[in-house]
Write a protein that binds this ligand. Structure first.
Ligand SMILES: [Zn+2]
Length: 238
């Protein structure tokens, strides 16, 4: 470390101590820390702990219906050859898992995680042996949709993600060609999972500081909404 850098660090530390002593005169220099700052941090930690109570991530993969959604999305991504640029926009550039999920999905929501994980796996895809291809076609994506995925405002980009996912769920359900009774049961179960997602979205908006004003317009997570919409359409024979 250069001498100048050491000196500026030392000066910085001194300034911090002086500032702390000014703000909290009762505290000694050794444990000086402005009370207000500490309280604010504790409040933030509390809110976060409340929001993240329960398991660290949803155990979506234990549910066969969530797995079906996972494969529907993965299949859609490969079949359509969704460009990496779009995938990167959907799962964001954050390195911390929680923040990555929260870019477009509701943290700990089972259906949201099933969709999210399919994007993550596709993002990590490798080229096929003996080929330069890494997906089933050179897919393009509508420039307008790409623009919407790029939106800083959550509402626009999350809705765009939902629009992209919806046809893949529809395609998967059509391919399954189930008996009416079995299909009805599956659609009901997907609706129940989506309902859990809607309730969790509401809870997050109220309790999790990471879902701020940007999310206030939502009635539901859009991954769940897309799945629920398709389930309803199938039920109505559309
Ligand atoms: Zn959800």
């Amino acid at each position: 470390m250069s001498k100048t850098r050491t000196m500026s660090l030392a000066a910085g530390a001194l300034t911090a101590i002086a500032l702390a002593a000014m703000l909290a005169p009762g505290l000694g220099a050794a444990n000086a820390r402005p009370d207000d700052e500490k309280k604010a941090e504790e409040k933030k930690d509390d809110a976060k702990a409340k929001a993240d109570a329960g398991s660290a991530t949803a155990e979506w993969y234990k549910d066969p219906d969530c797995r079906l959604v996972f494969f529907a999305v993965l299949e859609g991504l490969y079949e359509d050859g969704v460009p990496t640029e779009a995938v990167d926009l959907i799962i964001g550039k954050e390195s911390k898992l929680e923040n990555k999920v929260k870019h477009n999905f509701v943290f700990q929501c089972e259906l949201c995680h099933a969709v999210y994980e399919a994007f993550v796996l596709y993002q990590r895809r490798q080229t096929f042996n003996g080929s330069e291809a890494d997906t089933f076609q050179d897919g393009s994506i509508d420039a307008d949709l790409l623009d919407r995925l790029r939106a800083g405002e959550a509402y626009t980009r999350v809705m765009a993600m939902g629009t992209l996912v919806q046809p893949w769920i529809k395609r998967k359900l059509e391919k399954l060609d189930m008996k009416d009774e079995d299909q009805k049961k599956l659609l009901d179960r997907l609706h129940e999972l989506a309902k859990k997602g809607y309730a969790l979205t509401d809870k997050r908006r109220r309790e999790d500081p990471d879902y701020g004003d940007d999310w206030r317009f939502y009635d539901a997570c859009q991954a769940c909404k897309a799945i629920d919409t398709v389930a309803k359409m199938r039920k109505e024979g559309k």
